[in-house]
Design a protein around this ligand. Sequence first.
Ligand code: URA
Length: 216
Amino acid sequence: MAPQLRVFVPPHPLVKHWLGVARDVNTPSALFRTAMTELGRWLTYEAAREWLPTFDTQVETPLAPCPATFVNPEVPMMIIPILRAGLALMEGAQSVLPLASVYHVGYVRNEETLEASCYLNKLPSSLSPETRVLISEPMLATGGTMMTAMADLVERGIQPGNVRIVAIVAAPVALKKLAEAYPELTIYTAMIDEGLNENGYIVPGLGDAGDRTFGT
Ligand code: URA
């Protein structure tokens, strides 16, 4: 059977709580950052299921030998925050994946055409196909930025099936675009919202995630 994009919306009270805090227009920037950190933490925790490479071995407890499973440090693991707003999820994501390397990429959206263009790309020129990649991008709106980021990763050897996207809010148009281009992808999001307004903002969404994180 052909692969189909998988989108998970974890039904966890903490995810719901912090999403509510992030959505609220009256939430000040400092608390908004806390909400983003917590959402980054819990969505990354969920995304690590069936994705984090492990190996089985045996340890000695104080009482007896016992089977044990550990995270495999030999499989490369990376987190890619998409600047700027992707940085907001990093503290939480790194608390779950302390062994992951972090590579930054930056895309800017043309506010008229909504097309994304790259202004920073710190990705290595080639990557092992088994590399596990977690992309941190709070808002999957038009999907344009993520499509560009995915093309940059695939060009370097990454397999879409080894990628997890962590997004706070996703719009159906972005999910459709990604499903058509990269059906092997898996996305973890706190909510799928109704759609976009004429400026490409997610409605109801949470506003400009970068501005609210950095108080700009
Ligand atoms: N980027 C944001 O920060 N918010 C949106 O709603 C869409 C894109």
